[in-house]
Design a protein around this ligand. Structure first.
Ligand code: ANZ
Length: 944
């Protein structure tokens, strides 16, 4: 029997299932290792060959760790809630659950064919009520906690309430949505239920507020920032607008400092850490109040006196303004602040009479998305408001402008503009002809050298002569002394919008009481399951689809929250659930969590850098604060696999005809390049018959061939249906087997690099497996392995491989490991090595990469248990020490032949061996030896 991969693979997949080979044990005496893949969203298109890349790498690693004696947790599941199933439901009326189940079944079938070592008994699907029950419970806990900034930890809201009752909020150090609220114990006690509720909302880790959201009318829902790209929804590509809506939020900003600090403790790539650092965007600086000057003409009425109001405009967004509060990271540049700019949303604008022109501008700018407004300043826009402010350092009056480039949601929504040292301010000043004062010695503003981080201050009064860094600190101190501001840390990170106006997501465990105040369900009511609805569209009154379930009420009378949770809810704790997937008492039992702790190796795509990987770290830290889990960081090591791109093929139609010309001849004609399905092309040669039946218009196609063949052109592009370059792993498995697919995906190149799927090399990998097979079989294909002692050369080749495979797997360099296998098998084939002493360890080495063939060979070698339970071979460095040397043997200085002799051989023994070699007799040509020269480890020369 030749290497019959299809039979072998079926046999072992069946056997693994029957014997539960991949069921993870709970032997606590063994060290644990947790290997996780980012679980897939089961889309209708099924898997293409790009999807399993990361899964194959993690599978190799899992199997390797098991061979090294670890208890390995390697689970898989589905991120099963999501938009495509719902969009399909809207179009067809089919319940998203049905589509989702169907897609999951297809994914499972495809995954099974590749021979992964997943423990399917631990499968988690986020759409299952027994799982989302725990997502709902965590939401209730988030609602019931606040962030104690002093202890850097989430604490029960009841503690906060008792502080309020005793001392008001004066001594409270907590993350709060409105730092301006101040109240005494007395004031707290006098608040009515509604006011208390609103106050607590400013502290809860899950809270409601009216916020500007990304509203996508076509999808009928709000989207998170990372679900929007260039003003369009990532899924579907529909326009997204800004809209004010009451939403649930998670106070992820409370954890910003801990999330930054945590990055130093985990083994992620520098670029990924940098992406998260930028997303969190910690800036240190100061908030400074500038005195506002309102000309008579702008006053709304004669009594208008902005100085009367105790409130200042800034984060508090008070009703009246006496001053304009700005946030700056460069307090040292205040002497160069020649104008101010405020966001179009700034509340001061509502308190003064604006010119029609200014008002129109404000309305226009407000409706532009944050992204548009932050885009590179090409068309600089802005208006002078008519207001002035006083620069607190220079005491000069400076104009206040309004412009879209200042964002309402960052800092205080107002800036001091320092055109000499900030590039956007510079561009603005140049455009509108505003004053520019350089502040750092040698700074050449005309050359736009804004970013003079180093240097000595000038034109800066009391800061003159100082270095920038010291000047910043001194300026902030001065601001604080003058009582016009304080040092301030700002974050770019925003709280996470947590409501979606969709059907196919986790329902909130929330109902509204008779006063419209949201109440959490008691735990005994969980899970709150999705109700049935007649359509998956918003109601006629614009409520989310859950509003269609008119009798869906708590205790028959209280309306539930009608939005559902976003996609990142379910993926924020799934890795914990795998540790204890069937527990109906809690998300994960403490003892199980203490054993499995966190994920040792997480493999997945870079697209989750700021979404899932931020939210899940936050969620995990919160559960850690509750004492539910024992590790603060969920993913110790993380690797991003590179994208597999498609390799598209083209045919060239002679314009206006149904003739197709081969690549090499196409320049002789006027042609049109057309994508052709890569599945009817092999090694860039088109299958003509298949082409003719691929589309009706090709039925009568004629071909202009090169050497009897039609050669296609090619290009590397995204793998996409529209480019006809999608390769289904099922087809590869069918043709070559799963082991070839696995090896080939690894062989394509370094795991973390993007690379094209190029089937041209797949035959070579397949031939390698046949060669491996033949080492264990005789010419009649009978299993034939001898018990003869291995030679030093054979052992050397094996041990070289042991070392390489171990080092390469540990460095995630799977492509080089595959070439190591190829080299070793070539050497063993040349040596005709069919010895157990070599082939048995070789089988174990192969087992992580090509598990089916390894099992078959392992069984052939007489083993009755699975190769997964073998031990990874031990590397013996002594085997690599050269024990013999191939001596060049010359006659009168002319090299005639080579002879292998032991390293430590004596001159006499060497002479004896050379003399008895039949070659010697031939090259002596009957002459007598005059002199025998022997240089150990170098040469043999015979003078004759
Ligand atoms: C004066 C200045 C001089 C500034 C200078 C920078 C350089 P990061 O580091 O990102 O936190 N800024 C503050 N609030 C803003 C808002 N809402 N919209 C747009 N820009 C805003 O940026 C902080 C700096 O960005 C602040 O420091 C402020 O400009 C501007 F040579 O103040 B700076």
């Amino acid at each position: 029997m030749e290497y019959n991969f299809s039979e072998i693979e079926k046999k072992w997949q069946q056997r693994w299932k029957e014997q539960q080979t991949y069921k993870t044990g709970e032997d606590k005496n063994k060290p644990k290792f947790y290997v996780l893949d980012m679980f897939p969203y089961p889309s209708g298109a099924g898997l293409h060959v790009g999807h399993p890349l990361g899964y194959i790498a993690s599978d190799i690693y899992s199997r390797y760790k098991r061979l090294c004696g670890y208890n390995v947790l390697h689970p898989m599941g589905y991120d099963a809630f999501g938009l495509p199933a719902e969009q399909y439901a809207i179009q067809t009326g089919q319940h998203p659950r049905v589509t989702t189940d169907k897609n999951i079944a297809r994914y499972r079938e495809q995954l099974d064919k590749i021979g992964f070592s997943f423990d399917w008994s631990r499968e988690v699907k986020t759409c299952e009520p027994e799982y989302y029950k725990w997502t709902q419970k965590t939401f209730i806990d988030l609602y019931g906690h606040y962030y104690n900034a002093k202890e850097q930890k989430a604490k029960p809201i009841s503690e906060l309430i008792s502080s309020f009752e005793n001392n008001g909020n004066a001594n409270v150090s907590a993350a709060c949505g409105n730092p301006d609220i101040k109240f005494s114990a007395e004031e707290w006690k006098n608040m009515d239920a509604q006011a208390k509720h609103q106050t607590l909302m400013e502290y809860r880790l899950a809270y409601q507020k009216d916020g500007m959201v990304n509203w996508c009318p076509q999808l009928g829902t709000v989207l998170a920032n990372d679900e929007v790209a260039n003003g369009l929804s990532v899924r579907g590509g529909y326009p997204v607008e800004r809209k004010l809506m009451r939403q649930w939020y998670l106070r992820i900003t409370a954890y910003a400092d801990r999330m930054l600090a945590g990055l130093d403790k985990i083994d992620w790539s520098d670029s990924l850490k940098e992406t998260q650092r930028n997303w969190i965007g910690r800036s240190t600086g100061a908030n400074v109040r500038f005195k506002l000057i309102v000309p008579q003409a702008l006053k709304l009425n004669d009594n208008f006196q902005p100085g009367q109001s105790p409130l200042s405009c800034g984060e508090g967004m008070g009703e009246r303004c006496e001053s304009l509060e700005i946030f700056t990271t460069r307090a040292d540049t205040m002497f160069g602040a020649t104008f101010m700019v405020i966001a179009p949303e700034h509340p001061v604008l509502a308190q003064v009479k604006l010119d029609k022109e200014v008002e129109d501008y404000v309305n226009w700018a407000k409706n532009r998305s944050e992204r548009e407004r932050q885009a590179e300043v090409k068309n600089i826009s802005g208006k002078f408001t008519g207001l002035y402010a006083e620069n607190p350092f220079t005491k000069k009056q400076i104009p206040v402008w309004v412009s879209e480039y200042v964002l309402a949601g960052y800092g205080t929504g107002a800036i001091m503009a320092v055109p000499a040292h900030d590039s956007r301010d510079y561009a603005f000043a140049k455009h509108f002809g505003l004053e520019i004062i350089p502040l750092i010695k040698g700074c050449d503003v005309s050359r736009e050298s804004f970013d003079a981080k180093e240097g000595e201050m000038e034109n800066s009064g009391f800061l003159n002569g100082m270095q920038v860094k010291d000047a910043i600190a001194f300026a902030i101190k001065k601001v604080e002394e003058m009582g016009i501001g304080t040092a301030k840390v700002n974050f770019r990170l925003r709280d996470a919008a947590f409501s979606r106006q969709r059907y196919w997501g986790e329902p909130f465990p929330v109902y509204y009481d008779e006063n419209g105040i949201p109440q959490m369900l008691p735990l005994s009511e969980l899970p709150l399951e999705l109700p049935a609805v007649d359509k998956y569209l918003p109601t006629e009154t614009g409520e989310p689809p859950l509003g269609r379930a008119t009798s869906w009420k708590y205790q028959g009378k209280y309306g539930y929250e009608l939005s559902t949770m976003p996609g990142f809810a379910g993926s924020s704790a799934y890795f914990l659930r795998y540790m204890d997937p069937h527990n109906d008492k809690c998300l994960v039992d403490k003892s199980k969590n203490e054993y499995w702790r966190n994920v040792d190796l997480y493999i997945g795509g870079t697209e989750h850098a700021t979404g899932h990987l931020m939210y899940s770290r936050f969620w995990n830290m919160f559960l850690f604060d509750l004492g539910e889990i024992c590790e603060e960081e969920p993913f110790q090591k993380l690797i991003n696999q590179g994208m597999i791109q498609g390799r598209s093929n083209f045919v060239y139609r002679v314009v206006g005809t149904s003739k197709f010309v081969s690549l090499g001849l196409r320049n002789q004609y006027e042609t049109q390049e057309i994508h052709v399905d890569v599945n009817i092309v092999s090694n860039d040669i088109l299958d003509l018959d298949k082409f003719k039946v691929s589309r009706p218009e090709y039925a009568n196609a004629e071909f202009i061939l090169e050497d009897g063949k039609y050669v296609c052109g090619w290009a590397v592009e995204k793998m996409s249906k529209s480019y006809y370059n999608v390769v289904n792993p099922d087809d590869v498995v069918e043709k070559y087997g799963a082991d070839t697919l696995r090896l080939y995906e690894m062989f394509l190149g370094p795991l973390e690099m993007a690379k094209p799927w190029d089937t041209n090399g797949i035959d070579g990998v397949h031939r390698f497996l046949r060669k491996l097979w033949r080492l264990y079989h005789d010419a009649n294909n009978n299993f034939a392995v001898s018990n003869d002692k291995a030679t030093a050369q054979e052992l050397k080749s094996l041990h070289k491989l042991i070392k390489k495979v171990k080092d390469d797997i540990e460095a995630f360099s799977f492509n080089t490991a595959v070439s190591g296998f190829m080299i070793c098998v070539n050497v063993l084939t040349e040596l005709r090595c069919g010895k157990r002493e070599i082939l048995e360890p070789l089988t174990v080495l192969m087992a992580s990469f090509a598990p089916h063939i390894a099992e078959e060979l392992w069984e052939g070698l007489g083993n009755s248990s699975t190769v997964c339970d073998a031990a990874f071979p031990t590397f013996n460095p002594e085997m690599l020490v050269e024990s013999s040397f191939e001596y060049p043997v010359s006659f009168n200085g002319k090299l005639r032949f080579k002879k292998e002799m032991p390293m430590g051989i004596s001159a006499e023994e060497a002479q004896q061996q050379i003399m008895s070699d039949p070659n010697t007799e031939k090259f002596l040509e009957g002459k007598a030896i005059k002199k025998f020269i022997f240089v150990p480890g170098k040469i043999v020369n015979i003078a004759c």
